[in-house]
Ligand binder design. Structure first.
Ligand SMILES: [Ca+2]
Ligand SMILES: [Ca+2]
Ligand SMILES: [Ca+2]
Ligand SMILES: [Ca+2]
Length: 457
């Protein structure tokens, strides 16, 4: 069981490219698909990279100067390890592959068999509610089959999305005007500023492969729109990676991700991330606010996790201590708290009768997390074992339940505006007396009621 209670934010400095001349070995933009056989090195300084590149006739790209993450090309692992013994290395090829739209994904992993094996019988047969009790808790299984999220795009702004997952790949929003992989021409074919952005964009690493190297974003995407067990099984997911493999990122990158999602036609933006306003530069908060306002002007609903209680993991009141982006007061933001299987607020969930709008199932320590998609062979905090499905808990999980229901509502009635959808989500739910001082609506969201209301309008 994996639980992620907290995705924190930290401020990173802009990546500063040195101003001195003659840096023939430094690559200053994201490399082409053909270059993706690089080696990612962490704990390496820019100075070390420069000197290593010169000595070994290699090239390098600074991914994050502050965190000392450098990608090397035209060199090999052994030489790197010998000359820079303190660096941690991994090749950057495993996850950087094109979307496979039909059949099984071509994962370059030695344990593909395990992956497919785990996915075969147990999750394809039997009662869905046995594995996904949150679906029946919000009555998402009993909805009109005409409204399953068709034609609606949910941008998942997160650690990336494992877009080749067999229970997600057919729901990935692809940009046929700018293919990548073997069809990619390494040009920004649609002129939107992002080269070969076929399946969204990786703002964290600056490339066209927003694959998930953490596990969080894939889980979130599956909850909202997995083809099996997702709330809106026919909605599209736009992967936008803004957080690193450590689950951290900065407000400016998140703002850029939101603007990209708006440009690419997202109807709903899921933000299972956030951090306290304290300690953030006001210019960064203003930049994020600017993207929220831009979304509002473009009829885009932002669904944000209320947060998981800060350092002590005990839920805090967002009315007193705002968390961004959930606490922005714009009409198009809906902030989500987490309840357990019996509609009681979970111990970790932030709350606020003014600033938190609705509650949704998010999993907890007593009844377990919500089951959703996993990432095979994921690095970092993920398990090193291939996992097709994993359990996680948090307001990060409650938010995509709401995003999924928002997609159902929008597919039931395309004419609804983002604020009308928010009004329906807040008005059509299960009233819980104990939630009266916790969330503005006093309700747990309900898909059946919300879709019925959408069809009536
Ligand atoms: Ca493009
Ligand atoms: Ca192209
Ligand atoms: Ca990437
Ligand atoms: Ca707390």
């Amino acid at each position: 069981m994996k639980r992620i209670f907290k995705l924190s934010l930290s401020i990173t400095l802009p990546i500063l490219m040195s101003s001195c001349g003659g840096k023939l070995t430094e690559i200053t933009s994201a490399p082409s698909t053909q270059d993706r056989a690089g080696i990612i090195a962490s704990c390496a300084t820019v100075e070390q990279a420069k000197s290593y590149a010169q000595t070994n006739n290699a090239r390098y790209r600074i991914i994050n100067a502050k965190r000392k993450i450098i990608e090397f090309y035209d060199t090999d692992l052994e030489t790197l390890k010998t000359q820079l013994p303190q660096v941690k290395t991994r090749t950057n090829t495993v996850y950087e592959h094109q979307l496979v739209q039909s059949g099984f994904p071509s994962i370059q992993s030695t344990s593909n068999y395990e992956f497919y094996g785990a996915h075969s019988p147990q999750y394809r047969q039997g009662d869905v509610s046995r594995y996904f009790p949150h679906l029946s808790q919000v009555e998402a299984q009993t909805i009109n089959s005409a409204a399953q999220g068709e034609g609606v795009t949910i941008a998942v702004i997160d650690t990336g999305v494992y877009y080749n997952h067999p229970h997600l790949s057919s729901n990935i929003k692809v940009n046929n005007n700018d293919p990548h992989g073997s069809d990619g021409d390494n040009q920004d074919s649609d002129g939107n500023g992002f080269r070969d952005d076929f399946v969204g964009w990786d703002f964290y690493n600056g490339d066209a492969y927003p694959i998930d190297d953490h596990g969080h974003g894939t889980h979130v995407a599956g909850l909202a729109a997995g083809t099996y067990g997702g709330i809106a099984p026919k909605a599209k997911v736009l992967p936008v990676k803004v957080l690193g493999s450590d689950g951290r990122g900065d407000l400016g990158t998140i703002a850029a991700g939101i603007l990209y999602a708006i440009d690419m036609g997202a109807d709903i933006v899921n933000l299972s991330l956030g951090g306290p306003a304290a300690g953030q530069a006001s210019s960064d908060i203003n930049q994020l606010l600017g993207s929220v306002v831009q979304a509002d002007n473009n009829n885009v609903l932002l669904v944000a996790a209320a947060g998981n209680g800060g350092v002590d993991g005990v839920g805090d009141c967002n009315d007193a201590n705002p968390v961004y982006p959930a606490s922005f007061e714009q009409e198009n933001v809906i902030s989500v708290a987490s309840v357990d299987r019996y509609n009681s607020i979970t111990s970790y969930s932030n709350f606020g009768s003014e600033s938190v709008h609705v509650a949704a199932p998010g999993g907890d320590e007593f009844f377990g997390g919500l089951l959703s998609l996993g990432v095979p062979g994921c690095y970092g905090p993920c398990s090193s074992e291939d996992q097709t499905y994993v359990s996680m808990s948090g307001t990060s999980m409650a938010a995509p339940v709401v995003s999924g229901i928002a997609a159902l509502v929008k597919s039931a009635n395309r004419n609804l505006t983002h604020t009308q959808i928010k009004e329906i989500l807040m008005g059509q739910g299960i009233e819980v007396a104990d939630l009266a001082d916790k969330v503005q609506s006093s309700k747990v969201v309900n898909a059946k009621m919300a879709v019925a209301e959408a069809l009536n309008r």
